[in-house]
Ligand binder design. Structure first.
Ligand SMILES: [Cu+2]
Length: 340
């Protein structure tokens, strides 16, 4: 007999509940890619420090309040037939001073580290050796510029390990919010206003981020990835980004021609080919593992499907359907994927 059935083929509700609860609980991972309680930068460590203090303070307060409540409910409950009123306390100075001072002390304990961390994380002054990255939130993708390095990329941000980075954020269209939970954040990206955030990544790895301010149809499809790597690997990446795009071969030769003949050139930059600024820079597009703001792995099939009809794959996409033929879409995809 199957232990989860009652012998007549019906599922036992208790077993079903346990299985369902295990499945639901299994979905909660404290160290998932979007977890805020995993600190991978100095900024997130500071935030978690305050978070810890507040969590412990509220846990202790909750324990005290519920214990007192339980004692009062049990000891002073009305007994059947007992009509006497319990002793009434009025104007008890010591008690009143007590319950005024105790919460004030608790608030002070929480306020001191909170204010310290707010001032530290809001200060505009970045360390002298900080790497500058300008972040622009577009509907619905991220542009990253390294002004001092003369590098531009989209949706995938590379950062060197243990070096402070200052993000300068601006938006060309609507309000977005830059949020990479394990590195700390989030900070609004507001048109016409420069917001900054400074942090030092402390662990190498790949981190997921997400636009955290509703910004229209594909807000949920506006993800980003941060790749934190050893300084030498970062320098190699920078050198590769600064190099001219590789010349196409095979099918890709025709793809370059398709790109150059179509409206693509009006919106996208490929250094030496075009200088559009309304879409992601594609000079080294093939070197990015995912495209479409974290939506699909970069391979010829996915890219061909995208260029044939972007709004069908990403609701509201600002890249129009240019009605390319299948052959042209495949050729241009081969060209773009080859731009490592
Ligand atoms: Cu957004």
């Amino acid at each position: 007999m199957n232990p989860r059935t009652d012998g007549r083929g019906r599922v036992c509700p208790r077993a079903a509940f346990v299985v369902a609860a295990a499945l639901v609980a299994g979905g909660c991972a404290w160290d998932g890619p979007m977890s805020t309680v995993v600190a991978r930068s100095d900024l997130n460590r500071s935030i978690l420090h305050v978070y810890g203090i507040i969590t412990w303070a509220t846990l202790i307060i909750g324990l005290v309040v519920f214990t007192v409540l339980a004692v009062v409910l049990l000891r002073f409950r009305a007994l059947p037939g007992d009509t006497t009123l319990p002793t009434q306390i009025r104007g008890h100075t010591a008690m009143e001073i007590g319950w005024t001072i105790a919460p004030a002390l608790i608030l002070l304990v929480i306020a001191i580290p909170t204010i310290q961390v707010i001032f530290r994380t809001q200060s505009a002054a970045a360390p002298r050796n900080a790497l500058e990255v300008s972040v622009r939130g577009w509907q619905w993708w991220w542009e990253f510029r390294y002004p001092k390095l003369d590098v531009v990329t989209a949706n995938e941000l590379h950062l060197p390990l243990n070096r402070p980075v200052v993000f300068a954020m601006e938006g060309p269209d609507v309000i977005h919010s830059f949020w990479v939970p394990q590195l700390g954040g989030k900070r609004d990206v507001v048109p016409g206003r420069l917001n900054r955030i400074t942090l030092t990544p402390e662990h190498a790895g790949e981190y997921w981020g997400q636009c955290a301010e509703f910004c229209g149809a594909s807000h949920a499809n506006m993800q980003l990835r941060v790749i934190v790597e050893e300084p030498a690997a970062f320098d190699r990446w920078v050198a590769a980004q600064k190099a001219p795009p590789p010349e196409p071969a095979g099918d890709a030769v025709q793809g370059k021609d398709v790109f150059a003949r179509n409206a693509c050139v009006g919106c996208h930059t490929i250094r030496g080919v075009s200088a559009g600024t309304l879409g992601p820079d594609l000079t080294h597009f093939g070197g990015r593992a995912l495209f479409g703001a974290g939506l699909w792995p970069t391979n010829p099939e996915n890219v061909a499907a995208w260029v044939k009809d972007p709004p069908a794959l990403k609701p509201g996409a600002k890249m129009p359907n240019l009605h390319l033929s299948d052959a042209d879409a495949r050729a241009v995809a081969a060209y773009l994927v080859g731009l490592k």
